[in-house]
Design a protein around this ligand. Structure first.
Ligand code: FAD
Length: 405
């Protein structure tokens, strides 16, 4: 067993160096805890995809001191629009400047790998060597008042608390709560990254768009890497054929073009010009009523993986991480109580988001979207300012850095 010296505020062991693991590590280091993060991949994985960080997630990034770094990798959208699948006819929905909405509708549009890099670099500034790559965990337990992360080579890493930030297939979750079977939602997802230089001029508009059709929708927006611009897109399509629940399964262009037959050429061009194409099945698990057991808890997709329809997965993960760091800071001498406090603060909100995100599929895919005559009315009804406010304001207004815990 590997032992670490325990500093005054405590030593937290984290499984997974994704969005949640790195965000939590940074928040805890800033609050005076020691952390070690164990990541199964041999290095930071490049998952070629964009991410939307909305106001609730960006408040956490700002509190962590990453505002300048985020601005450097962001491509700010001029507008958020819903577009008709055949013609691209567009409707402004996000009312960023609307006087009747007090909620910040800012969207930060970044490449996932760039976001991971800035979190990683910030962690290393505070603790070089905090992230251990190529270490796969298989579970966690609490033994005689100490938390242990169990590794696949039979070793265990001991600390004051263990946090499973190990994604939707979390081994930490399985070890404390047992198997939770994943159910197919009836939809597959495609994603890709098309270099702007290969696309027609209309793609250069700085729009955050969701194209909606009767059985599929496509969200696309510009992102950048080292000054090179891309359109990041993710497309969800109803399908009886199951794909694996894995973000790294390659897809075939011919299958994508079949799925999007009849769609506007601008959408087909994204698939045709993408530097990579991935396809995976969208699955859901039952919501968990508890996330913690003794000195072990969960953050992010490990405890509430959700469909991407509200763009809230990473935002909820950042909220979890910051609230957990605050709970541990408030009660460093009673870790079990701190983890219970974290659950009380977070479970209901995350589960509500997960449920609402699932319900959005019915909104995005509807027979009324087949023809423009019925689609206009449908879009105006489902993305009216009042409906958008009801759907998003409670999500966006939340401040994980100040919310009562
Ligand atoms: C294409 C795509 C687009 C998305 N867009 C958005 C968006 O616009 N807005 C939004 O809010 N959310 C979005 N999401 C969701 C968001 O990416 C996730 O909700 C978020 O990454 C969850 O963070 P996490 O830390 O829980 O998991 P992850 O970021 O997946 O990290 C988990 C980490 O744990 C590691 N790991 C797994 N198992 C083990 C193990 N046994 N031992 C050690 N390490 C392990 C993994 O290698 C990985 O590094 C998107 C997701 C995808 C796939």
């Amino acid at each position: 067993m590997t032992q670490h010296n325990t500093p005054s505020k405590g030593h937290v062991i984290i499984a997974g160096a994704g969005m949640g693991g790195l965000c939590l590590a940074l928040a805890l280091l800033q609050k005076g805890f020691d952390v070690d993060v164990y990541e199964q991949s041999p290095e930071l994985r490049e998952v070629g995809a964009g991410l939307w960080i909305s106001a609730n997630g960006s408040r956490v990034m700002e509190k962590l001191g990453l505002k300048k770094e985020l601005q450097a990798i962001n491509l700010d959208p001029e507008d958020r629009v819903i577009r008709f699948w055949k013609t691209g006819e567009e409707y402004s929905v996000y009312n960023r400047d609307a006087k009747d909405s007090k909620v910040d509708h800012t969207l930060i549009q970044v490449l996932r790998a760039e976001l991971q890099r800035i979190l990683y670099e910030a962690v290393l500034k505070l603790k070089p060597g905090a992230v251990h790559f190529g270490v796969r965990s298989v579970g966690a337990e609490t033994v005689e008042g100490r938390a242990r992360l169990l590794l696949d080579d039979g070793q265990a890493i001991e600390g004051d608390a263990v946090v499973g930030c190990d994604g939707a297939h979390s081994r930490v979750r399985q070890s404390i709560f047992g198997e939770s079977p994943a159910r197919y939602t009836g939809a597959n997802a495609w994603r890709g990254l098309a270099p702007m230089s290969k696309l027609k001029p209309q793609h250069r508009r700085a729009l955050a768009s969701t194209w909606v059709g009767p059985t599929a929708h496509v969200t696309c927006y510009p992102v950048q890497r080292n000054g090179e611009q891309f359109v990041s897109f993710s497309a969800q399509v109803d399908s009886e054929v199951w794909q694996a629940e894995s973000w790294s399964e390659r897809g075939e262009l011919s299958d994508a073009l079949k799925d999007f037959e009849g769609w506007n050429q601008d959408i087909l061009d994204l698939f045709i010009n993408s530097e990579n194409l991935f396809r995976w099945g969208l699955f859901v698990r039952d919501p968990l009523a508890n996330w913690s057991r003794a000195r072990v808890t969960l953050v992010g997709d490990a405890c509430h993986s959700m469909t991407p329809y509200l763009g809230m997965g990473v935002n909820m993960t950042f909220e979890d991480a910051y609230v957990l760091a605050r709970c541990l800071e408030a009660q460093p001498a009673d870790i079990e109580a701190a983890l219970r406090r974290y659950e009380v603060a977070r479970v209901a909100r995350a589960n509500r988001t997960k449920a609402n995100s699932m319900d959005m599929l019915k909104v995005f895919h509807d027979p009324a979207l087949e023809q423009i005559e019925t689609a206009r009315q449908y879009i105006e009804k489902n993305w009216s300012p009042a409906v958008v406010r009801e759907r998003y304001d409670w999500l966006l207004a939340y401040d994980a850095t100040t919310v009562e815990i």
